[in-house]
Design a protein around this ligand. Structure first.
Ligand code: PAF
Length: 509
């Protein structure tokens, strides 16, 4: 396709109305740098679709006339950078076309009050309303499938995501991590306005944020006042420096959830922002749900896709059940059971194809634990308090450092209540029985009676949901996914999308 530049709305719509695929949209204010290149490349890497980049220095988001006047404008260079990075088309509208007479009177979009009343929103009055207004206008004109934004402007990202939800636009946001220069400074168009001495101040500021992050990750607490003093000693004017929850942006922090140390400083006349995410351990995804909801298959694929460890807690309960049966341990006797549990060690081993074997006391039981004999016993054994306490403890040990996806029935409620993402995956009984039958057939079992499998699943649901010790239920903060009619791939994509929305890229790796 020829590379095209549109300067009017008519040219843009003539083009977009005749496309045979969807649009991946990268809005910019020009002065493109490596961060924008990354965004355009990410848009271009989508399987289908055309990449459209807009260049428009939006006057509505400048709270200071001087700042708007000084904003670097490099349109010719921008065009070649955008095309070289993979743009199919560039839209360079004029203000009078985007905001014709009376438009703003009726179409000014207000940013979420909660998200806007902190950090940059407090000091830059009207800034995020201006961003929402222009982004909304552009989205209505472009009607893209995906909108690409950088995580450098994290507050903007949250506000635009909220606006898309509130306005019920069918557009997904894809974000990329903050890109930094060799000296640790986040890439920004405004950096080109800095004198050498001003840049040195920004370098110091970013370095201090990075150090604070490292201190926090070591389990030490963060002394914000000390940090502010250290920065101010370098004659740096701090507009704000706060630790906030990474999603609500409120100053109420729990140690396990993701928080953010964010600040804005003035270097000369230029205002600059930077942030780091604070999280002690790497994120955990908890996937809970009833038998046959597809948890294992989906979790395995998610682990592979996101390069996370895969913790199959169901397999652990099955392995313990297998062990108790094979060793004739009377699990109704507390004594026999606790003696038996003392001798158990369960490990997971991955081969080069990422297939995971379950070993109990060095015996590979991967296949054996899927037998019908275990199916009918596992929920009974899993409801024994001692077995649960033993395995919850083992699971927490395995999840100590985070960076894993765990599936089971009480992961989000009991094992990892602070998991960064909780999914409750379910499906109708018929669908689940169908899947279980296929799985058993795949493992070599035949002549299976569908209604018996269905009854077993019903019974299992009843046992799981009614046991006194951590029964199966959706955690309050879990996201439900009803998987009837969805392919495994579709469920995986849904969860990966939610993960990408919820977990900043900076702490994914
Ligand atoms: O992030 C930016 O460059 C701008 O705020 C945006 C999203 C292009 C709106 O003008």
């Amino acid at each position: 396709m020829a590379r095209i530049i549109f300067r009017t709305i008519e040219e843009l719509t003539n083009w977009s109305n005749n496309l045979d695929a969807e649009i991946n949209f990268v809005p910019t204010m020009g002065n493109l740098h490596k961060g924008h290149e990354k965004l355009i490349e990410a848009a271009n890497n989508q399987k289908n679709g055309y990449t459209l980049v807009s260049i428009f220095v939006n006057p509505l988001q400048f709270d200071c006339k001087e700042d708007l006047k000084n904003y670097p404008k490099t349109t010719d260079d921008d065009q070649s950078i955008a095309f070289q990075s993979g743009a199919d088309a560039i839209f360079i509208p004029k203000a009078k076309d985007l905001f014709p007479a009376n438009y703003l009177q009726y179409h000014t979009i207000k940013a979420s009050v909660e998200l806007n009343s902190t950090l940059c929103g407090l000091n830059r009055v009207g800034h995020f309303d201006g961003v929402c207004t222009v982004v909304y206008r552009l989205l209505k004109l472009v009607n893209p499938k995906y909108l690409f934004l950088g995580e450098k402007d994290w507050q903007q990202l949250l506000i635009v995501r909220n606006m898309i939800k509130e306005m019920k636009l069918d557009i997904k946001i894809k974000s990329i991590s903050t890109l930094r220069d060799h000296d640790g400074v986040p890439l920004s168009s405004r950096n080109s306005l800095l004198k050498k001495s001003e840049r040195a101040k920004l370098i110091f500021f970013s370095k201090k944020l990075k150090e604070a992050k490292e201190i926090f990750e070591k389990g030490k607490s963060l002394d914000l006042n000390k940090l502010i003093k250290q920065i101010e000693l370098k004659d740096i004017k701090i507009e704000y420096l706060k630790v906030v929850d990474a999603f609500s942006l409120k100053e109420k922090i729990t140690s396990e959830k993701i928080s953010m140390l964010a600040g804005a400083i003035k270097c000369g006349h230029t205002r600059l922002i930077d942030h780091v995410f604070l999280m002690k351990n790497k994120p955990i995804i908890a996937i809970d749900g009833p038998a046959g909801s597809g948890k294992s298959t989906v979790t395995k694929l998610i682990a592979r896709k996101l390069k996370l460890l895969y913790l199959d807690t169901g397999a652990m309960y099955r392995a313990v059940s297998w062990y108790l049966i094979k060793n004739d341990i009377n699990y109704s006797s507390k004594d026999d059971l606790s003696k038996g549990l003392k001798n158990i060690s369960i490990i997971f081993k991955s081969d080069t194809d990422d297939n995971q074997a379950v070993l109990i006391n060095d015996i590979d039981v991967t296949k054996a634990i899927r037998a019908q004999e275990i199916n009918s016993l596992v929920s009974k054994i899993a409801s024994i308090d001692e077995v649960r306490a033993f395995l919850v403890n083992e699971q927490r040990k395995l999840g100590k450092k985070g960076g894993l996806v765990a599936e089971g029935r009480d992961i989000g409620t009991t094992v990892f209540p602070d998991a960064a993402l909780k999914i409750y995956l379910t499906a109708s009984i018929n669908e689940r029985a169908k899947r279980r039958k296929l799985e058993l057939e795949h493992n070599g079992y035949d002549n299976l009676d569908f209604s018996i499998i269905r009854e077993q699943i019903k019974q299992r649901d009843h046992n799981d949901m009614n046991r006194t010790n951590s029964p199966l239920k959706k955690a309050k903060d879990a996201i439900s996914i009803e998987s009837d009619g969805l392919s495994v791939q579709e469920i995986v994509e849904k969860i990966v999308d939610i993960y990408n929305d919820k977990i900043p890229k900076d702490i994914q790796n």
